[in-house]
Write a protein that binds this ligand. Structure first.
Ligand code: URA
Length: 463
């Protein structure tokens, strides 16, 4: 078999056989197929698509390209081990909030996450802004940790789905990321290899996501749910909006701070507008995970339990347990207003400069382009252009105003945290371009503020 013939066949829109797919997946994983041939094939797939049989064969071949895990020894109250994966976004800290919540309610989660690449952030980078947090623990220790405390959160192991790791890195530099077939096989191969019983996907849509339209997000969701079904692993997708950054903070250490604020919120803050978008996504994703785990079928009850887990601080205690278990440094602070002391992770957040970006006119914020904000973060040094780039965890943005909120000339819209004045100038161009203020009617602004963030839920019943 020759790689040249496989590329030619795909270029000419013919269906590849299982043997041909196994040939290039295994050959590329072992280093026998060069990047230039794999790039040509990926571009042919990007342009010509795949048949459902090719997609199934590609996903299963990538899932089997290295070790597959067996999590059956883990015994937690939830009958099924549930995994969660987001297709990526800007300010997306949902995993970091949801995992301790569901783990505190008896759901076992053994999660491998990725690093940020391009304009999307990565959970692993956010965690590494906590001093000492180890994302590379051996798989057997991670499994033991799930048994002990119900949750682990580690980087994608090189022992698992090695083909995806290599192919994803190549796609990132060859403009072949935004393909429904390639995204679906990438995500589902690593999830299937990680041995979980059920998969909850957060499929993001909008400027700050790989899927730009709801139709594409639905198609991607359906594609992944169908692959899960073929593999006998129940899969559900929650389609969420990523047209403006999620929450009020973007940047690694700043997002960890927002996670802490959310998990320690009192009733009034939790219900406030400050957390409207984040709350909606967190509650839906967590409630669905609890349902899938077998802990409780009733979504409304699950949402009440989630609320209670936050207000009682059980979810926050689980978060601290997770950070400690993976070596993160913790300090204890006394909070006057609470009359109690609390453990806090030590964050790498020593930023030199703060700059407030102010409204240049009266009106309402009508849009905040999340892709441009993601690119502004990369310009500040808080994200990567190339996968070997190092990251400045301390930089980022804190939004005082979000879409639909009223501003007067001179009001602060966001604060920029930065360390390098030249980088600030580069980032400023993206920021200025990202934010639009207009004089719209009050009702139109209210509608913008109240736009739902859960756009659809796709499972085996509606594919
Ligand atoms: N996330 C992944 O894991 N893979 C993709 O291809 C895109 C987003």
């Amino acid at each position: 078999m020759r790689m040249y013939d496989i590329i030619e066949k795909k270029r000419d829109k013919q269906e590849l056989s299982k043997e041909e797919i196994d040939f290039f997946v295994n050959g590329y994983s072992k280093g026998d197929i060069p990047d230039y041939q794999m790039s040509a094939l990926l571009m042919a797939i990007y342009l010509n698509g795949m048949t459902p049989t090719e997609l199934k064969d590609l996903t299963f071949s990538m899932a089997n390209s290295a070790k597959t895990l067996d999590l059956s020894s883990i015994k937690v109250p939830g009958k099924y081990i549930v995994d969660k994966h987001s297709t990526g976004g800007v300010g997306d800290k949902v995993t970091l909030i949801v995992l301790p919540i569901v783990a505190s309610l008896g759901v076992g989660v053994c999660k491998m996450s990725g690093r940020g690449l391009g304009f999307t952030g990565g959970t692993i980078d956010k965690l590494e802004s906590i001093t000492g947090y180890n994302v590379e623990i051996p798989i057997n220790d991670a499994i033991r940790q799930v048994q002990d405390i119900g949750v682990c959160l580690i980087a994608q192991s090189s022992e698992i789905a090695i083909a995806d790791k290599k192919i994803y890195a190549l796609r990132d530099t060859t403009a072949t990321i935004e393909s429904i077939n390639l995204i679906a096989s990438s995500i589902m191969s690593k999830k299937l290899a990680s041995g979980v019983d059920k998969i909850l996907l957060e499929v993001t849509v909008g400027t700050g996501a790989f899927m730009k339209t709801i139709e594409d997000a639905r198609e991607l969701s359906k594609t992944m749910v169908k692959i899960g079904k073929l593999a006998g692993v129940e899969t559900k997708a929650v389609v969420t909006s990523m047209s403006e950054p999620l929450g009020r903070n973007v940047g690694n250490a700043l997002e960890i701070k927002e996670v802490i604020s959310f998990l320690t919120a009192d009733e009034e803050t939790l219900d406030s507008d400050e957390y409207r978008d984040l709350r909606e996504v967190v509650f839906e994703v967590a409630a669905q995970m609890i349902k899938m785990s077998g802990v409780s079928e009733d979504l409304e009850k699950n949402k009440k339990d989630i609320r209670e887990a936050i207000l009682s601080r059980d979810a926050y205690k689980k978060f601290i347990e997770l950070i400690k278990a993976q070596g993160g440094h913790i300090y204890n602070v006394y909070m006057d207003w609470l009359g109690m002391s609390m453990d806090m992770p030590v964050l790498d957040e020593k930023v030199k400069y703060l700059k407030e970006i102010r409204a240049h006119q009266d009106g309402y914020i009508v849009s905040i382009d999340s892709r441009k904000i993601g690119e502004a973060l990369v310009a500040l040094g808080g994200g990567r252009n190339k996968k070997e780039d190092s990251i400045d965890f301390s930089v980022g943005f804190e939004f005082a105003k979000k879409v639909g909120e009223k501003v007067q000339e001179g009001d602060t819209i966001l604060t920029v945290y930065y360390n390098d004045k030249n980088k600030f100038n580069d980032a400023y161009e993206y920021i200025a371009d990202a934010i639009n203020i207009d004089n719209i009617e009050e009702e139109a602004a209210t509608a913008l503020r109240q736009k739902p963030h859960i756009l659809d839920i796709i499972d085996e019943s509606n594919i």
